[in-house]
Ligand binder design. Structure first.
Ligand SMILES: [Zn+2]
Length: 131
């Protein structure tokens, strides 16, 4: 069993990297939205191990209002609520993009969005989707 320090969501990722990044909506009187599906975080760790390099996450959890503000789909896999946790990560392209995509596939992420300039979107949806 791995014992994590409180600031870590998993061995390589801190909550601060994964929680909602909005400045005003959530976290005003408490914590930022950070409900994230554990299985998705496990797959992110597998990806990290496959890549063997630090990964930067541009966006993972978004509180519902922040998700709407940034133009996310109403049922975006980034949307974070207790009953429907986040299962998506936008992985910044800090290394070869094809390598990131390969690692995402190998880690078992079913949803992969490759048509973005600065990041690769990966999510743990139940069925395969590519865009
Ligand atoms: Zn927020």
């Amino acid at each position: 069993m791995i014992v994590l320090k409180r600031e870590f969501a998993s061995p390589h990722f801190k909550w601060r990297e994964l929680e909602c990044k909005c400045k005003r909506i959530c976290g005003v009187g408490g914590n930022k939205a950070r409900w994230i599906q554990p299985e998705a975080i496990e797959k992110l760790e597998v990806m990290r191990d496959l890549l063997g390099l630090p990964m930067r996450i541009n966006s993972s959890a978004r509180c519902p209002l922040h998700n709407a503000h940034v133009g996310g789909a109403p049922l975006s896999t980034h949307r974070s609520t207790e009953s429907m946790p986040t299962r998506a990560f936008d992985v910044a392209i800090t290394m070869d993009k094809d390598r990131i995509i390969e690692a995402a596939v190998e880690a078992g992420f079913n949803g992969i969005g490759i048509n973005y300039r600065t990041f690769v979107h990966v999510d743990n949806r139940p069925r395969r989707a590519r865009w």
